[in-house]
Design a protein around this ligand. Sequence first.
Ligand code: SER
Length: 316
Amino acid sequence: MKESILVIGAKGQIGSELVEELRRINGSSNVIATDIKEPSPELRDGGPFVQLDVLDFPKLLEVVKKNNVKQVYLLAALLSATAEQKIKSAWKLNMEGLLGTLEMAKEEKFKLFWPSSIAVFGPSTPKVNTPQFTITEPSTVYGISKLAGERWCEYYFQKFGVDVRSIRYPGLIGYKTEPGGGTTDYAVHIFHEALKTKTYESFLSANTALPMMYMHDALNATIGLMDADPSRVKVRSSYNIASMSFTPQQLADEICKHIPEFKITYKPDVRQQYADSWPQSIDDSVARADWGWQHEYDLAKMTKDMLEHIQQMVEH
Ligand code: SER
């Protein structure tokens, strides 16, 4: 029987692009997309789609068994800003979703990808070039759920041999799907507004540096880690990865090179606190040494590519 790949949370910022990429690599019919929401026309027409809640484990198990699923990407989660508004449902989705899927991975023997985040770090973490192994005392609900998740991943690997792999994503920037409910979302919104209105009001202050990554690199990291020989995946909690760090002001200056009239203003809101608790830059030398992670996009290259693609989307 042919083997399939399952993506849970396929309508999200990462999921929608990951499904496309996995379908291109593995063939459309071998990648099953699932989400709690109705599928977009592209998801529905591009290959198999099942509408399901990740917490509905009997239904999830049925999909896994019926399709001989051998790899699962669990991307259903509430991000930092939304999680602060909905503490209990964030914990339930982020934790129970992972625990149920880890249990299933143990029984059904599939390989599991689960994303962690720079949000596992907190105010007491060294902020510059944050090491792979350091203080993790997160101060957000989202960060607490990611840290607990990392511990569970390592536990299931050590106790039960579950082949679970994870990355601590920085803020992710892509043009295909809007992010939802995160602190780093400004770095996507700014491009749409720059092209539409030539202005942007940032909810983070001018000098708030955060680690960021272009979606192209994030997808390569994700698929690269999943494809790596198991012996090279030495960290089974979650890997630091990095490509660029910038402030809203630096991003605005880069956009101005393409749109000279562009103006940014600042009105920090509650998300400023979450950003202030996170690192400014990340040391990812362990991921580079262990499984050969490399990035392609820096601030200049990412900005040019984002503006070109969003412009094309507006024109069509
Ligand atoms: N991008 C996420 C957020 O802002 C961090 O992992 O919530």
